[in-house]
Design a binder for this molecule. Structure first.
Ligand code: ATP
Ligand code: MG
Length: 411
């Protein structure tokens, strides 16, 4: 075998990339907890039917992008392309449909067979929140506000715009579908093959098309506004009021649709112009039929997912590597004392490292190379006197310090 490389569309996360990645997750986890979300984790693969439900789904994800395989037992399994379906399946499997609402935070890898490019991978990672079991527009507003809060904490909010739309209720959507079909049929010659194929089953998908030619037609397509029922309109008004109260700025974009049949009312995306074609950072909306399709009761839900890779790229600076205190024993006798010191610093919450071998010079070199902030140097004479040399590696200052004083001095 030649030297193995990561599979096309997958990446190793090391060093600065890893720090960015985990900073996104930790920040999102912390903020989601402030809003009362509990973290869940579900399996990375599921029965294929969890994602490909019946024949209704015309999304790219289900029709073209799934990693589906038959396992040794002959079952068709799929590496999850998104978190939402697994979360809804878990709600039902775990008998939680009577304990609603559930507010869930999620982070993990997702898999889609796509053409890899900047900001688009075959294994990528999402943070995700879902509120299962609420039909209040306050839930929509709070879900969006939580997403906005996370973007702010990551320092990327100013690079994004929240684009907001409504898909109304079923009556609104049926009317809108009919309006779209009649408009698109008038431009059938100019539409892409994909879009023509989708026209009958799900004309909303055409509005979502990324094909250049389609987009020109879509630009003049009717919007849903003329089709909204009174209650659907009122829901959208309430959402906008609540968002204003949360202080989340937004822009109406009637072209934002979520093509799946179970989406309703709210649809939104946080977009940026800084990532080229991969401009959607966070996307979400309200959906109703999914829990039912998993065998549960009709359950209104709202949620979003955001790509960690895209958030990492937007972040200005990577979080700095944490600086250690390097502990440097000189001579064998000092090594045991050095270990005790290392453990007492760690117990006090101070990152401390001791090289496994090497003389004073080598160990000092390593301390400098790894960006240690301080070095504690101890030889036999120092131990006898209960003192060590504490060297500040930023200022270069060095002083003899009693062992008992170390934690206080370093904090
Ligand atoms: P796109 O239009 O970019 O294909 P999508 O509509 O397929 O996105 P969603 O299914 O809504 O995306 O997923 C939510 C978020 O996950 C996206 O906004 C994006 O940030 C991220 N994402 C989706 N697919 C990928 C991918 N292949 N690589 C990296 N990030 C992705
Ligand atoms: Mg996609």
């Amino acid at each position: 075998m030649s030297t193995p490389q990561p599979v096309r569309g997958t990446r190793d996360l090391i060093g600065e990339e890893a720090r960015r990645h985990f900073h996104v997750i930790e920040t999102a986890r912390r903020v989601a907890a402030l809003y009362g979300y509990d973290e869940w984790s579900t399996p990375i693969f599921e029965e294929t039917g969890v994602f490909a439900r019946g024949l209704g789904d015309t999304s790219d994800v289900v029709t073209k992008e799934m990693y589906t395989f038959t396992d040794r037992g002959g079952d068709s399994l799929t590496l999850r392309p998104e978190a939402t379906a697994g979360v809804c399946r878990a709600l039902v499997s775990n008998g939680l449909t009577q304990s609603l609402p559930q507010k869930i935070f999620y982070a993990g890898p997702m898999f889609r067979y796509e053409r890899p490019q900047k900001g688009r991978y075959r294994q990528f990672h999402q943070i995700d929140i879902e509120v299962l079991g609420s039909d209040s527009p306050l839930a929509d507003a709070e879900v969006i506000a939580c997403g906005w809060h996370i973007l702010q904490e990551l320092g990327v909010a100013q690079d994004t715009v929240l684009e907001l739309n409504t898909l109304g209720d079923k009556t609104s959507r049926d009317a809108y579908r009919a309006a779209l079909v009649s408009y698109f049929l008038g431009h059938k010659d100019e539409l892409s093959e994909d879009s023509i194929a989708r026209l009958e089953r799900n004309p909303l998908r055409v509005v979502d098309s990324k094909d250049e030619g389609d987009r020109r037609i879509v630009a003049h397509a009717p919007t849903i506004d003329g089709c909204l029922t009174e209650p659907a309109y009122a829901f959208f008004e309430k959402l906008q009021e609540h968002l204003a109260r949360f202080g989340v700025p937004f822009r109406r974009n009637p072209r934002i649709v979520r093509g799946l049949d179970y989406y309703s009312h709210t649809a939104f995306e946080f977009v940026t112009t800084r990532l080229g074609a991969q401009g959607t950072v966070m996307g979400g909306g309200r959906y109703e039929g999914l829990v039912e399709e998993m065998g549960g009761p009709h359950t209104p839900c709202i949620g979003w997912a955001a790509g960690i890779e895209r958030l990492s790229m937007l972040m200005a600076a990577a979080p700095p590597a944490p600086a250690s205190v390097a502990i440097i024993p000189v001579g064998d006798a000092a090594e045991a004392a050095a270990l005790d010191i290392a453990q007492s610093l760690r117990a006090a919450g101070i990152r401390a490292e001791m090289a496994y071998r090497g003389n004073l010079k080598r160990r000092m070199e390593r301390a400098n190379r790894t960006g240690a902030r301080a070095a504690i140097i101890l030889g036999e004479s120092e131990i006898a006197g209960g003192l060590v040399q504490l060297k500040d590696l930023v200022s270069g200052e060095q002083a003899a310090v009693p062992v008992a004083e170390l934690v206080r001095r370093l904090k």
